[in-house]
Write a protein that binds this ligand. Structure first.
Ligand SMILES: Cc1cc2nc3c(=O)[nH]c(=O)nc-3n(C[C@H](O)[C@H](O)[C@H](O)COP(=O)(O)O)c2cc1C
Length: 185
């Protein structure tokens, strides 16, 4: 699969077939994350792989929010819990100076590597940003100085894949030399 094909095939998948994901595929997805860039190469990301059915059910029961509870997540064979360690000095100093939370950028890049690798392996994923961080940390014994930034559901997708969601026009999101000039192409 070319990169264009991977990008074109990716969808947020919220319906999975009842089939476990092979350990070597989970490992390949984690390896794709491990190769991601990060601010000062600080590699602040950590991942908890949840594939135990009772654990996944508990994450869904207790770790989601009552408004938009992501109920479909209960059927996901794997949940990858994306964490960031906060006590890496270079990362913290950089964030204090610029006000940019580099650990969140690091984690998002690494997890999107996972998303794209998953597509290449025939898997589907869905980002979860709507969860109860405190509860997820408690369930998974995640230490105090670690943040949970995002979760990723992963499994073999039910076919057909969801239709593509609409995207803004290029002219509405990309500018040329100035915010006030549109693109020449
Ligand atoms: C940071 C982030 C958080 C998200 N959180 C959720 C979520 O909690 N529940 C959900 O069903 N989808 C979630 N999504 C998926 C988006 O709804 C989805 O990416 C968007 O609608 C575009 O659809 P597509 O991914 O199929 O192209 C999230 C996506 C991102 C990037």
């Amino acid at each position: 699969m070319t990169l264009d094909e991977v990008i074109e095939r990716r969808r947020s998948v919220r319906a999975y077939v009842n089939r476990p994901v092979e350990a070597d595929k989970v490992r390949a997805v984690c390896e794709a994350a491990r190769q991601a860039p990060s601010a000062c190469n600080s590699q602040t990301w950590r991942f908890v792989i949840a594939d135990d059915r009772a654990l996944i059910e508990r994450i869904c029961r207790e770790g989601m929010r009552t408004i938009l509870p992501n109920r479909w997540l209960e059927q996901a064979p794997v949940i990858i819990v994306g964490c960031s360690v906060l006590d890496i000095l270079a990362n913290r100093v950089g964030s204090m100076v610029t006000g940019i939370e580099y650990y969140q950028i690091d984690l998002a890049i690494a997890m999107e590597h996972m998303v794209l690798k998953a597509v290449e392996l025939g898997l589907g994923t869905c980002w979860i940003g709507w969860f109860r961080e405190r509860k997820i940390k408690e369930i998974l014994h995640i230490p105090r100085r670690v943040r949970v930034t995002a979760l990723l559901a992963m499994g073999y997708p039910q076919e057909p894949l969801p239709e593509p969601r609409p995207r803004k026009e290029m002219k509405d999101i990309v500018f040329h030399n100035s915010w006030t000039s549109s693109l020449p192409f």
